[in-house]
Design a binder for this molecule. Structure first.
Ligand SMILES: Nc1ncnc2c1ncn2[C@@H]1O[C@H](COP(=O)(O)OP(=O)(O)O)[C@@H](O)[C@H]1O
Ligand SMILES: [Mg+2]
Length: 277
């Protein structure tokens, strides 16, 4: 079953001459882990915000084409309502915090929806557990680490029981430990809870391990899509042009192709397996 269906989608912010998304088509199935790659300004954020409805409902833009997300048409329903189907996590966790305690922070979205107290408590406990923040209920969101803040933002999104989680460069402001924490939780949510994950992310080594599918955006167009194994080897020679790095192991293997059997490896494990002794 497809969770996200996008056909010939174009988005143009008001007053802008260029389209931020230009005739984008993609289908994402339930439970898929999809990574969006692209240089600064390629349209990654616009694609994320089109999926969660913030564009055009909160940031004005002209939108053309077809977009269906979890059976809804995002421009046609309030962002707050769509949040029960599509959770969102952004790049700067601190900007997403507003409450005095971790518990209240997660409760906020549910309270806004008018959910009853018992359900709120149950959902919060479950969401904090999922992101590894059980026991943090009374802490201040502003006094925990960046990685913990970002996991808190994930808990807030997850408390609404969405079937899709959209993450826009969630680790770009985190230290290596924070990045690792967020990736671990993201993978767990995808694998154990079965959520569809759409993530804009620069850590290509992690994408190579986790992603079922990569979408490469260039100037608002999807110019490549496929598995990491299909996409990364094709990018080795154009990394500078597209502003996207490939995994180091892929770059290395492409320089000494006769050392590896089969297709070019994208993860260390693949490289070890295909290395010709
Ligand atoms: N709110 C906005 N108003 C006008 N133009 C915008 C807005 N947000 C992004 N853009 C433009 O849309 C294009 C795509 O931006 P964006 O989706 O943020 O790319 P990315 O996330 O890949 O860096 C860029 O040219 C950017 O300048
Ligand atoms: Mg962006």
């Amino acid at each position: 079953m497809s969770d996200i269906k996008i056909e010939n989608l174009s988005v143009q912010y008001l007053g802008e001459e260029e389209k931020a998304l230009d005739d984008v088509s993609v289908e994402i199935k339930q439970g898929e882990f999809v990574a969006i790659l692209g240089s600064h300004g390629a349209g990654k954020t616009t694609l994320c915000l089109s999926i969660n409805g913030i564009v055009p409902n909160m940031i004005a833009a002209d939108m053309y084409g077809i977009i269906e997300v979890a059976g809804e048409v995002p421009p046609k329903i309030p962002v707050r309502e769509l949040a029960t189907k599509v959770g969102s996590v952004f790049d700067n966790p601190e900007f997403q915090m507003s409450q005095l305690t971790v518990f209240e922070e997660v409760a906020l979205g549910l309270q806004n929806l008018g959910v009853d107290k018992e359900t709120i408590e149950k959902n919060i406990v479950g969401a904090l557990e999922m992101v590894g923040l059980k026991g943090f209920e009374d802490r201040s969101p502003f006094e925990i680490s960046g990685g913990q803040q970002q996991r808190l933002a994930m808990a807030s999104a997850l408390s609404m029981k969405p079937q899709i989680l959209v993450l826009d460069e969630p680790t770009s402001n985190l230290d290596p430990i924070g990045k690792e924490e967020v990736f671990t939780v993201t993978r767990k949510i995808n694998q154990e809870e079965g959520l569809t994950v759409v993530i804009a992310e620069h850590e290509v080594e992690v994408i190579a391990e986790f992603a079922d599918k990569i979408l490469l955006l260039e100037e608002g167009k999807i110019t490549k899509s496929g598995t990491p194994q299909e996409v990364f080897p094709d990018l080795v020679d154009i990394q500078k042009d597209i502003g996207v790095r490939v995994p180091q192991v892929t770059e290395f293997a492409s320089k000494v192709p006769n050392k590896f059997s089969g297709s070019t490896p994208v993860t260390l494990n693949e490289a070890i397996e295909s290395y010709k002794k």
